[in-house]
Design a protein around this ligand. Sequence first.
Ligand code: NDP
Ligand code: ZN
Length: 363
Amino acid sequence: MLLQDNLQEVKEGRRITAKGYAVNHKNDTFKPFLFSRHALGENDILIEILFAGICHSDIHSARSEWRQGIYPMVPGHEIAGKVVAVGSQVSKFKVGDYAGVGCMVNSCGECEACKRSQEQFCQNAKTIFTYDCKDCFHDNEPTYGGYSNNIVVHEKFAVNVPQNAPLEKVAPLLCAGITTYSPLKFSGVKKGDKVAVAGFGGLGVMAMKYALQMGAEVSVFARNDKKRDEAIQLGAKALYVSTQECKERFNFLISTIPTGYDVNSYIDLLEFGGEMAIVGLPPVELKTHIDLTRLVFAAGKKVYGSLIGGMKETQEMLDFSLKHRIYPETEIIGVNDINQAYENLTNGKAKFRYVIDMASLQN
Ligand code: NDP
Ligand code: ZN
């Protein structure tokens, strides 16, 4: 029924009605929310969302842990679904194709960063994030994410997903996948390297799988040993519960930790010339700080931050993942379970990635 309504709206050039789950303030729980998306433009596609992953960034955003959020907020930037309508100028997709959408839905397309397909760093500050963002291409209306039945997106910001791909596994690749793949590639991780992954959740497990595929030996850092067996089964050499107990040194270290922690103790674990990529983004009030004296005297080591990845690299990551069958560890839930999933992800009770089956929205 909803889909038929949407197709009629497309035909008449009207706004697209949508149904999702939203919070109305930072302490709220998720409730059903009816809203509308901008009409299908000539370069846009309309996707019926089938699966949406829950990223820890969704929790930071919904709870205004980085900055004051825009409410009502429908999070979700790990989106996989089916193309149900295409604008007149669309060339990458046809109706019936599968598509994925990650953290961005538009950018200026003209600046140096956009030209290099680093759209997440649009120099004209026109990176439009999938939710919790004002869309300057559409009268500054707020964007709404993937915990919903559909999304309208510029075709440049959707990736092609082959028909035989497992969509529930593809969804988390659109953020957890690209965010870990990109720095591993940037740092040129290769066969024989020693890699450490700090924070072994949705992102961490992807970082480990990519690093293993690139031929590295991987150790994991967690805050307890609950996932030791899983880590070893999935190919880790060791799981450490503190930096002090680790006597190894690493060529590359990626931190996906979403809470306050001592960054310096991880920098200490780098080999001479080693690199550390920071992707975990703790709440702003939990100030993390890098000890400059220690860093200067550790010269030869490099520490950098990394934000998702550009659209070209996102497609590359997806193709690489499917080719090598590198998939997230997922647990499928319904929309009614979102609140519990948030609790679990905050209280150390979650395993890796929750993925919402959007068929549950119809019930
Ligand atoms: P998850 O909650 O799935 O995983 C985080 C993991 O870190 C959990 O396993 C958690 O353990 C563990 N952890 C928490 N504190 C510590 C600690 N002190 N030491 C070691 N491990 C710890 O989150 P995600 O993987 O989805 O996201 C991780 C972070 O990355 C978030 O801050 C998110 O916002 C950020 N992010 C950044 C992106 C970017 O582009 N830079 C893109 C996407 C996400 P436990 O289970 O015990 O809680
Ligand atoms: Zn994310």
